[in-house]
Design a protein. Structure first.
Length: 118
């Protein structure tokens, strides 16, 4: 089985999945970024398909950009301008060509966390 990449975004301030949150995936090489795909989370806080499916998967360095500011504004959690969190970048490496990589985001207006999920 070839590797692939997924995510899940949870709104920890509201206690629910973060639906409608835009995400972009970039391939990273040194200081060079190449956009691979842009997607939006569904009502379960997940994308409808893997962000990087098996047929496009390659080991390497990647960056997910979560457009948290747009989501926070849309859900009435924007507070003062400028927002404390706007775009949330998570840079990570994927080395195993057969693995499922899952990079969740737990989001609130003033903080976030991530981990390698399963």
């Amino acid at each position: 089985m070839a590797g692939y990449l997924t995510t899940h975004v949870l709104d920890t301030a509201r206690g629910c999945p973060a639906g409608g949150l835009k995400i972009a995936l970039y391939s990273v090489s040194g200081n060079s970024h190449r956009k691979l795909v842009e997607m939006e989370t569904n009502t379960d806080g997940r994308t409808d398909s893997p962000i990087l499916p098996q047929d496009a998967f390659k080991p390497g360095n990647y960056e997910l950009i979560f457009f948290a500011g747009d989501y926070l504004r849309a859900t009435g959690q924007d507070g003062d301008d400028p927002l404390f969190l706007d775009q949330v970048p998570i840079r990570f490496g994927m080395s195993d060509p057969e693995a499922h990589y899952h990079v969740p985001l737990l989001l609130s207006p003033y903080g976030y966390s991530t981990y390698r999920g399963s």
